[in-house]
Design a protein around this ligand. Structure first.
Ligand SMILES: [Zn+2]
Length: 465
């Protein structure tokens, strides 16, 4: 499927370049995996003939979306933990289910998740917590095959708690610190830079209550030595703040700074309860936040003060989180949620404008992952990760302002074609790299068996007839 050259023309191009150019009647030329030309279609004749040509008429072309907080292994848990708050959600549903993963469960869940991400225009993701029992190698092989660009973070933990001193984690989820650290290094050696650089390996530090201060320091020094990143859930719920104050006498981000885990290579998921002082630490140390509005709303975790956080200088990307918290991996829908939530909170329609939200889903997301020189915009020399979204549908008509449509009107299923690293991964809604029918069948079978093993009753609250 290696393309020598590909040209796309006949559509507006939302470049997300430093000038934020939107090119009417635009064209993009891809040479191997790199963008070789972005400009007017009328100038295309100056470029060499393309081996393949895509007529993008009726669509808008934009950079592939970047999801900065995803749980691949939770796609199999979709809809398995509704209408409950985070700690109960973890203890009663998510941890027992994930602690009962067997064999190919992790791989099948990841493939299901990637299928959904591709079909809704996500081209790059940051997976935040891969426990050993999900099978890291199987998942990495699936990422390789899927064609996606993915950062896989191996869980590092030393304590079985979360936001409490008590041991609350399901036994099937518990790992020891030494093994975790060793496994990160082994996965890093084997997979970092694999699949033509599409796969990266990071540290996935467990939340407060899951690591000792010494372990956080080891993660920070390990990441520095390997030259890689760290991601972690931080200040997602009020329990995080209570725990940090009680255990360490500090706010969560102040504590993370103390153990050396705030830096440009760090992405904190959620950050709902971060304070002004903590935003300043994150801004000064150039750490990023992955904002997950649907997950925060559904779990009643709170509303992250995203506009204020960005005003303080913090880089913020967007995340879908997981199958039991969102309950989908559609970043297009997430854009709308992110915007509307803040407008309603601040009673101000000017906060979280469509343009800003699209930046969060593209160039700001790329910055969070340290990949802003490679992806996040359509510019000559960058990796060819781009998507074509249809605007020829009733709910997208008339289409005066494509940026407005992408944030307020479109849905993931409007994405028609997805190109990652120069490869056409989905064309006219047909994913070429993964077998959709087989993945859905496997996921249904494995999901049912997993529920049975775990003994969780998910029958409807209403009487079944
Ligand atoms: Zn999460």
């Amino acid at each position: 499927m290696e393309l020598v050259s590909l040209s796309i023309s006949g559509a507006p191009i939302i470049t997300m370049d430093p000038h934020r150019r939107v090119i009417k009647d635009g064209a993009v030329v891809i040479q191997d995996n790199t963008i070789a030309y972005v400009g007017k279609a009328a100038e295309l004749h100056r470029m060499p003939q393309a081996e393949f040509e895509i007529d993008a008429n009726g669509t808008v072309v934009l950079p592939g979306l970047i999801d900065t907080h995803v749980h691949l292994a939770q796609a199999l848990l979709r809809g398995c933990a509704d209408d409950t708050s985070l700690i109960d959600w973890l203890q009663k549903f998510v941890w027992p289910l994930q602690g009962n993963f067997e064999g190919e469960d992790g791989r099948v869940s990841s493939e299901l998740c990637m299928l959904e991400m591709i079909e809704s225009g996500t081209t790059t993701f940051l997976e935040s917590l891969l426990h050993s029992r999900y099978g890291f190698d199987g998942i990495a092989e699936s990422v390789q095959r899927s064609g996606m660009r993915g950062i896989l973070s191996k869980t590092v933990m030393g304590l079985p708690g979360y936001g409490t001193e008590q041991s609350i984690m399901h036994p099937g989820m518990i790992e020891d610190a030494e093994t975790c650290l060793r496994e990160v290094e082994a996965h890093f050696k084997r997979w970092n830079g694999a699949a033509n650089g599409r796969i990266r390996v990071w540290y996935g530090a467990r939340s407060l209550g899951g690591c000792t201060p010494e372990l956080y320091k080891l993660i920070a020094s390990g990441a520095k030595r390997l030259g890689t990143g760290v991601t972690m859930h931080l200040s997602e719920v009020q329990e995080d703040v209570r725990y940090a104050k009680k255990q360490f006498g500090r706010m969560p981000a102040e504590f993370m700074d103390q153990v050396g885990l705030v830096g440009p290579n760090v992405v904190f998921a959620h950050g709902v309860w971060l304070t002004e002082k903590e935003w300043q630490i994150l801004a000064r140390k150039e750490a990023s936040v992955a904002h997950c509005p649907s997950s925060n709303m559904k779990l009643a975790s709170g509303i992250a003060k995203v506009p204020e956080m960005m005003q303080a200088g913090v880089n913020v990307g967007l995340g879908c989180d997981g199958g039991p918290s969102n309950n989908c991996y559609d970043l297009v829908r997430e854009m709308k949620a992110a915007s509307l939530l803040q407008k309603a909170r601040l009673l101000d329609p000017l906060v979280m404008r469509a343009e800003l939200v699209l930046e969060m889903a593209t160039i700001k997301g790329a910055k969070a992952l340290g990949l802003q020189k490679e992806i996040g915009s359509i510019e000559v020399g960058k990796k060819a990760d781009l998507i074509l979204i249809s605007i020829r549908k009733p709910h997208l008509t008339p289409a005066f302002n494509p940026v407005s449509h992408l944030v307020y009107t479109a849905q993931g299923s409007d994405v028609e074609t997805v190109i990652i690293d120069g490869e056409i991964v989905m064309e006219n809604r047909i994913v070429k790299t993964l077998n959709e029918e087989e993945i859905i069948r496997n996921a249904n079978e494995r999901g049912a068996k997993l529920l049975e093993r775990t003994g969780i009753d998910l029958s409807p609250k209403w009487v079944l007839h």
